[in-house]
Write a new protein. Structure first.
Length: 345
């Protein structure tokens, strides 16, 4: 539905659209029920109507049409901050889904959030959303400023703490990041992903006992969060608690089959001499993602370029376990092993 068709919504709005609106209100429990019904019944085509229409289309995952509706709403009322944030969110979602987040689209999204903040300087969500966009662009200082402003405006805005923690983690300021993750859990102890973030940061500091305790707490909050089991398995593996690590990986795989998790599982089973089970795990990894051997090779090359030969060699070996005919992995493995032997002389 393009803008041309949107203009056709007049006093003769169909009963079918009315039902759609009412269904949306029921399903989403919107606070502006009466506004949506009134605009449909009376055929209003003001900014509020188009904004509400955009919400309906967005709920139906019709993102292009929703963007058109929000743009029309902005034309009719350029001073409504919510419409700018909704349009920015839709455009960003379009880019993520298509996996083509163009710089031009990012610029527009950033401009929309900045406009929303200009119109409503106390709109906390806009600071958090804009901060995330800038963070993904590598603009860490700007993102930090926005997250701190959000916290200043609302000391209980959990995602401001979380996302600021992500920035600090990227900057290797682990203690500060951990403090922020702990604060986020204090605010929202029922969000299981917060335990994942805290556990991962603790694992980065090699505080494995603390990390394991945090992962287990997250699992208590949400036993279906597979990433907690995966990272728990990794921490247990580092502690050489192989049987517990295997159990954690297997639980993760039951919840969400994942090629890399099968590789991790296969490596432990192989180290335990359970070669048949290890082979089955590697086979399952290839079945899920036939390209995983190549991904591991590229990962190894990246680690080698960073000077981390030990981990690079491990990645090449993993790639070859999955695909013994991966000549690129074989060549890089031989070169890396020769270089490592030379350095150890």
């Amino acid at each position: 539905m393009k803008l041309q068709s949107l203009k056709l919504f007049t006093a003769s709005v169909t009963f079918a659209l009315a039902i759609t609106c009412l269904s949306f209100v029921y399903d989403k429990a919107l606070s502006n029920t009466e506004a949506i019904v009134e605009t449909v019944q009376h055929g209003h085509t003001d900014a509020t109507f188009y904004k509400n229409l955009g919400k309906i289309l967005e709920s139906q995952h019709k993102l292009e049409e929703a963007a058109d509706a929000y743009r029309k709403a902005i034309q009719l009322d350029p001073n409504d901050a919510e419409t700018y944030t909704r349009l920015a969110s839709v455009l960003n979602t379009q880019g993520v889904i298509s996996n083509q987040v163009e710089e031009k689209k990012y610029d527009e999204v950033v401009a929309l959030y900045r406009k929303a903040i200009e119109l409503e300087p106390h709109k906390v969500g806009a600071y958090v959303d804009l901060g995330y966009i800038l963070f993904t662009q590598g603009k860490l200082d700007e993102a930090t400023t926005l997250y701190r402003k959000a916290i200043e405006l609302d000391s209980h805005e959990v995602w401001a703490y979380v996302n600021l923690g992500h920035v600090l983690l990227t900057q290797r300021k682990l203690d500060e990041a951990i403090t922020l993750y702990r604060k986020s859990i204090q605010i929202e102890p029922k969000i299981s992903l917060l335990y994942l973030y805290l556990g991962n940061a603790l694992k980065e500091q090699n505080k494995l006992n603390e990390a394991i305790a945090v992962y287990r707490k997250g699992i208590q909050v949400n036993p279906s969060e597979f990433t907690l089991y995966t990272n728990l398995g990794s921490a247990l593996n580092q502690q050489k608690k192989f049987n517990e690590a295997v159990a954690a990986y297997r639980t993760s795989l039951k919840l969400m089959p994942d090629a890399y998790t099968y590789v991790f599982l296969g490596d432990i089973l192989e180290s335990q001499g359970k070669l048949k089970e290890a082979k089955a795990a590697y086979h399952d990894a290839m079945q899920l993602d036939p390209e995983i051997s190549n991904y591991l090779t590229q990962n190894g090359k990246s680690l080698q370029q960073q000077g981390n030969l030990t981990e690079a060699i491990m990645k090449y070996q993993q790639a070859l376990k999955l695909d013994s005919h991966n000549t690129e992995a074989q060549n890089y493995l031989e070169k890396a092993q020769a270089l490592q032997a030379e350095q150890e002389k």
